[in-house]
Design a protein around this ligand. Sequence first.
Ligand SMILES: [Zn+2]
Length: 277
Amino acid sequence: MGNRRLAAFLLIVALLVAVTGSVAQFENGRNPGVNPQPREVSNHLRKSTPPRKSEEVHYEKPTILVHDVTPFYFDELREIIAVLDDYNYSNSTILFVIPVFDTTHYGDEWDLRKHPDFVEYLHELQERGYRVELHGYAHTYHEFNCSHELANEKLDNATAMMRELGFDNITLFLPPAWAINNESLRVILEHNFTVVMTDYLILPNGSRVRIVNKEYSWYINGSQVRDRLRVALHDYRKASKEGIPFYLSVHPGPVNYGGGLEFLREFLEAVDNLMES
Ligand SMILES: [Zn+2]
């Protein structure tokens, strides 16, 4: 082989080595199958990393507020209590009692003193953990959107009657239709009540505590249960993430209609599952 031929041969070999090398490098970079090791390593690292703490939500048992507790709704109340008992909510339920329900339409027909069987039932529930609190006096239209004097008279009557019937630890007041004004609010707080509203509690010293208090079962039919449940659980999860206490309001009558009690049952079931997870 002459020198020129040898030089040409070496040049070709050098070119071939350079070209194959760069092709191999190119393939290594593009085709993960050629070099699987880095992926395995990263998978292994991912598996051993614990879940981030900030994603964990603490789910507290919601508080159930039963409005309009009166002998007028005796049967409806029993149905609601049966559901709440099934899910052990006696210690997480507040019964808001009306001393003389709807005097505008019924006079004193639903005065608690005329219904000792109902009062006895309330005492039984109280002994089992249910809390008995106050929901106005006669529950007439916006009855606490009234003057200082009138509010004072109604609250004195209401608390005197409740005491007479053996309920002397009343500390909460839920105004009928959420209707109060500055004058009546002052009187309610002077009576040492904490007022329950839709977005907050007002403590006797006037300060406010944020809550989420919602109702999803106002005369709903069976086909609305799924949708109402989805919204309720969204609200409950959101409140839990933000650390805000969640209250579920129900009305005897409206909740006993159509899909109301089914909604209540499914909501409590879903909440149980979230708290266990
Ligand atoms: Zn009411």
